[in-house]
Ligand binder design. Structure first.
Ligand SMILES: CC(C)(COP(=O)(O)OP(=O)(O)OC[C@H]1O[C@@H](n2cnc3c(N)ncnc32)[C@H](O)[C@@H]1OP(=O)(O)O)[C@@H](O)C(=O)NCCC(=O)NCCS
Length: 346
């Protein structure tokens, strides 16, 4: 099989369709579900913004009939407002075509040259590994590629999935459990967008999550989530066909004490939902708000997107509080994810 690594041609409909087919194969293999983006939605997701720039490459295989197919992809992303030393790289290869050198070719021909050309010194990557076994084993393909990039593990995250819908009687029981301590806090639900009057407070919450989330030895500066940046995030999400269920906990004095978001893609064929940020602000912990927020989002998910079959979440392995809540809702380990960083001399 002849493999060529080249920059993605996002103007080509054929290439975009093949990239989406690759994405669906990767998600079906890893999680048993898909997100069915249209061509224009794929293009939206590929584009950079004023907050980060990004380059994409594809690994293309020539078939015997003379046609070409996209069998792997790589990307390099550079934050533009904070984390100015960082370049975040990623590579993935079709599950049926692994262990044939395609990942190595993406690293050698696309990612290492991109890091050198960028002038950025801190290289970051996320890599998927099985649920069990030594995460630092030198035999894991992700660790072999990481060695080539000169980076090593700084944290370990665990990916869990909950089958959907979560049973009504389980949600009722968990809601009662949360209500024992919730006092005069209340949970409010917003669809897709944060209301204007809460934008500034919501930005502080998003930043707090990045400050508080246990991430062991990862070097990361939490961004300033200005109202403009939050609106851009929502606009991109909408343009990608992704919908959001946003639950917030309102404190007795009317301020926002916590939030939890779940995203799902609008297409009929899409079956995989994603848990995004969940945070209870430091002064408001201990009222079971985390559980109450998640009960609210999972109920709403069954109402707004009954076709979803599972929802995924990622937690650091040193975050027992969030993991305990997730396990109550039925989340179980699917795989683990390495957070890799380093300052290589490439
Ligand atoms: C990680 C990934 C990109 C590797 O792609 P690949 O095409 O299989 O990579 P290669 O064939 O070049 O293999 C890379 C190394 O792992 C080894 N390897 C790959 N699959 C293996 C297997 N099943 N058993 C044993 N060794 C294996 C190769 O021998 C090679 O080792 P070497 O460096 O000593 O030559 C692929 O597994 C993948 O897409 N995973 C999901 C996405 C992900 O986690 N990406 C992380 C990178 S940021």
């Amino acid at each position: 099989m002849q493999i060529t690594i080249r920059p993605l041609d996002a103007s080509s409909d054929v290439e975009i369709d093949q990239l989406q087919a690759l994405e669906e194969a990767l998600d079906a293999h890893a999680y048993g579900g898909i997100e069915a983006y249209t061509r224009e939605q794929v293009r939206t997701r590929l584009a950079g913004t004023r907050y980060w720039s990004v380059e994409h490459w594809v690994a293309v295989a020539e078939s015997l009939e003379g046609g070409e197919s996209v069998v792997g992809r790589a990307s390099a992303m550079m934050p533009l407002e904070e984390n100015l030393e960082t370049i975040a790289v990623h590579a993935a290869v079709h599950p049926a075509l692994r262990h044939q050198g395609i990942g190595t070719a993406l690293v050698e021909e696309a990612l290492r040259p991109a890091v050198r050309a960028s002038g950025r010194t801190l290289v970051e990557a996320y890599g998927e590994i099985p649920a069990d076994g030594d995460p630092d084993s030198a035999d894991l393909p992700v660790n072999r590629l990481a060695t080539r990039m000169g980076i090593s593990r700084k944290n370990l995250a665990v990916c869990r999935a909950a089958p959907l819908p979560v049973a009504e009687d389980l949600l009722d029981a968990l809601q009662s459990e949360a209500e024992e301590r919730i006092g005069t806090y209340r949970i409010e639900l917003w669809a897709d967008e944060v209301p204007d009057e809460h934008l500034a407070a919501y930005g502080l919450l998003m930043r707090q999550l990045e400050l508080d989330e246990p991430d062991e030895d990862v070097e990361h500066e939490a961004p300033e989530y200005t109202p403009e940046r939050l609106r851009l995030r929502e606009r991109r999400r909408r343009d990608a066909g992704t919908r959001a269920i946003i639950a917030v906990a309102i404190a007795p004095d009317g301020s926002i004490a916590g939030n939890s978001e779940v995203e799902f893609h609008e297409a009929e064929r899409s079956t995989l939902a994603m848990q995004e940020n969940t945070l209870v602000m430091p002064g408001h912990r201990g009222h079971r708000l985390g559980l109450a927020l998640k009960v609210a989002t999972h109920r709403e998910l069954a109402r707004r997107a009954p076709r979803m079959r599972s929802v995924l979440t990622w937690n650091s392995h040193v975050n027992p509080w969030m993991i305990a809540i997730n396990e109550k809702l039925g989340y179980r380990i699917v795989q683990r994810e390495l957070v890799l960083q380093g300052r290589p001399d490439l």
